[in-house]
Write a new protein. Sequence first.
Length: 462
Amino acid sequence: MGWEVPQDARPADPATLRVLGEVPATTPGELDKAVRTADEAQHGTWPVDAKQRQGLLWRWADLLEEHRGELVTSLVAESGKPVREAGIEVTGVVDALRYNAGMARLVHGRAGTLPDGSQAHLVREPVGVTAFIVPWNWPLLLLLRDLAPALAAGVTALVKPAPQTTLVTRRALELAREAGIGEDVVRLVVGDGLVGERLVTHPLVRAVAFTGSTAVGAAIRAAAAPDMTRALLELGGKASMTVFADARVDEAAETAARAAVITAGQMCMACTRLLVQRPVFARVRDTVVDVLRTLRTGDPRDEATDVGPLISGPALDRFSEHIALARSSARVLTGGERLDRPGHFVTPAAVTGLRVDSPLVQHDLFGPLLSIEPFDDEDEAVTLANATPYGLAASVWTADLDRAWRASRRIRAGTVWVNGYNRSYAEMPSGGYGSSGLGRTRGVEGIEQFTELKHVHFGGPV
């Protein structure tokens, strides 16, 4: 598998192209030792007492909050996200840890008397050593969204960040050490996909949490299958916003435009399709174009910036190919232009006239491109919303409560927002239908994802 030459991580600033550092890749021997150490901690040093785990998670949250400025700076440099968005990410990380610190003390399971008078107890136990393979777009939030409930449940962890965001992830885990969470409990693993493959297939790894593309998620699921390693997969998305004629259409249009450029569109829940009822189609289309043209693309360190760079040169090239296809097969209303400056910058685009079977509609493009599509009635709207293989998130805008309920229930997505967009909470589970993944994270369900359920039966006097 090429393990004699593991690839080191060399993060670079996508806005300036400056190399930020180099972190040696984890060798096969180091990886095996790390997994075995985590397995030993799972059965020894990691506190069984939930109150102790609660205290450690809360202290880690405090330290992350104290180092907020440092983390924001690193997030901007490594991922290219605007500084305001980086601040939102750190806030979400702290919230995830504090919520799950409390959840560590949740009493799981249940007990009862069976029809024959015997006693049954259902108990939850930690699933075991878990691998966390994390993307670069929201590297801290998507890590702690999964890792915090896992630690609350009592597992130990190996964390493999994307090479682009290795430095900020390493710093966050250093703060975990300062909080008292040992390296045997949470350890950094560095490298590319080959390192991740070896981690997933290690026989002592009992679960893997992965956020990323559907193609890689499918490969991870296949690699995990021989050992029946549990897979939590949050994968690609093709989120739609459906706007009915009775909605607050101007608010909906502006929300869609801004949601399309979250992390420069490089986010699984970014709004990629805007479905609009025909009587208000022109109004919504024109409002979207106006909003996109007012958004500022540029230096992510500037508080006034709305759209930062794409993550890499190849990502920019792929996006340019998407724009070329849109120009040849549909109508590009605005955007899609590269900026004449260092970095991987492109202006956000809006497109109309795409066929529903177009690759630009069917595929997760991971860039700031919003397709605006008309519909006539509720049935057609739902059909369009369900027309891709993805089902991570969707949004419905209407003043009719009955319609909101009907459409929300009919749309196949793990989360459906009504008259809003991109509202995520530590208390509420998230995950996808279809090609958007397996399992749920956040909330009580997020804790249970990292546990095994055991039935203990008492057949007579004890």
